[in-house]
Each structure stands twice: as C-alpha cells, then as structure tokens.
Design a protein around this ligand. Sequence first.
Ligand code: PHE
Length: 329
Amino acid sequence: LEKDALDSFESAADADAVEETRVRFLGAKKGALKDVQKMMGGIDPSDRKAAGMRLNAFKTKLQESFEASQSRLGGGEASGIDPTFDATLPGIRPNVGHIHPITQTINHLMEIMGRMGFEAAEGPEVEDPWHNFVALNIPEDHPARDPLDNFYLATASATQAGSEGSQLLRSQTSTVQIRVMEQHQPPIRVISLGRVYRPDAPDATHYPMFHQMEGLYVDKHVTMANLKTVLRVFATNYLGGDVQIRFRPSFFPFTEPSVEVDFLWNDTWIEFGGAGMVDPAVFEAVGYDPEKVSGFAFGLGVERLCMRRHGITDIRDLYSGDLRFLRQF
Ligand code: PHE
C-alpha cells in the first residue's frame, strides 16, 4: 500500500491527479489509510502500540508525499499560491479620487488672495432678503428681486416671493460683504468664495448654480487705484504672464462708481465680473460712517476663471460628473 501510494503521488501529472490520489489514500471517509486504521481494533493489545506508531509514521510519509507532489506541480491549497497568479502582469491600480477642479480653483484663489492679506469669510447659501438685497441697496421694487430671476424658497415664513420675509438661495456672494461688516469694524480685507444660484437655462456659459469670489476692502482712503492693482496682481498670478486689466463703466446698486472687469488674455478681452467702490448706502445699512471709511468690492466668476486657465469650453462639463472629464485635472 505504501509503495502504491508514494508512487501515485510521485507520478501524478496534474493537480487533479494529485487530488484523486489524496482522496484514494488519505480521504477522510473512504481513504485506504482509514481502512488500515479500522484494522487497528483487531490487533493484539500488546502489539497495538508499535502498530500505532507505524501507522502514524506511514500517515506522515503519505502526507509529506502529498505535499511534495503539490509543490512539484506548483499549485494546490497547501502552497497558498493561486496557480493562475502571474507576477509579471501589471497590477490593478486602486481608484484614488481627487479634488474637483472647482475646489482646486477655490483653493488656488484663496492662496493668491491670502498672500495679499485677504482672509476667507463665509456666509449661508440660504439667505434672507436683507442680506441678498436690502442692505445692498436693492429696494423691494427692484427688478433684480423678480421671482423669475431668483430661487425663492417655499418656507412657512414665506409670504409673497420677493417680499421682505421670503428666503432665497443667494444670487450673489455680495451677501457676505454685509455679514462681515455687520460683525466687524474696519479695516476689513476679506474674500468669500462660494456658490450662488440663478434660474438660468444651462448652456455652454450658464448654469443655475455657479461660484463667485467676492472681495471686500474697507479702510480709510481706499481708492479705485487700489482696486485695479489688487485685481491686476490677482489676474497676473492666476492666469500667468502680465495680464492687462480694463474697467468698463457699469451699474450695481451697492457700488458707486461701478465697473465691469475685463482681463486681456491671449489677445482677447474677457469679462470676469463686476466691481466698484462701496456705495455709502451700504455702509449706512451696516452702521458704518460713510464719511470716515471708504472701500472697494468685487465679484468674479470662479467657473470662468477656472475655464480660462484650463481651456474648458463648456461649463456643464464641470458638473456632469463624467470621470473621463474630471480625471484630467
Ligand atoms: N454681485 C455682483 C454680481 O453678482 C458682482 C459685484 C460684486 C459687483 C461686488 C460689484 C461689487 O454680478
């Protein structure tokens, strides 16, 4: 039996043959070894000890022979190695996520403005009409408060959309100017980066949610020249090269004078947002004395900045969730 078993293990040509041999000799139910074990009962008690020792030695031998044949064939459970494993194949890379391009842009903008001494401030995305409109010198009958141009919320406290009580998703980050000035005295030098909402139909350059970078600088003797310098230094840092900047006359209820801000980039003037000198009515709304302080404010489109810098042509790509697009940044 021993020779038969050892020969079988030795000559087994593949894993199946090894397994078959294992079952035939070492099998827990019908293995030949089991039969031998059963015969132990019939052995004279005086010989039983010696017989048991021989049986154990035999068993060990078979086990060793089995393991040897397994490793000879380079497989089997005992070796712990999957026979189909090929160490020379390229590995499977784990999927590592990364930061969304808009968040990357926000971080970059905060860093650039931080170097010029602007601290980051935050405000809520659900706003009341006071911070989104009234304190910003936008009275109740102003077209900017039209329910068709804003996302008013259907809350319990809402009376008529657009009226004093109704909350809305902020349509501009200028709300944070008010919140900061209500809580702090000048000098103030802050930026606020966050989402704003307007019911625009999505196309290549519009999306009902986008981000703005609001800037506010309030101190004694702040001038339009300071505003222009800050924006030029900012644009030069963010877009690279010596970016030229242009102001075009405009109107915002909360700045006087007001301008549209264009940057010259690759020989084209592109509008990035609005700016101006803080209107005295805004200072009065937050309890500042307009005779004693002056300041500038600006609001730039974050998507626009990000898209320019990375050559993105459709804002919807940023929010499609398409990993083929997002993985490029
Ligand atoms: N809040 C304005 C907008 O959303 C931009 C702006 C900010 C203009 C600050 C002037 C000063 O278009």
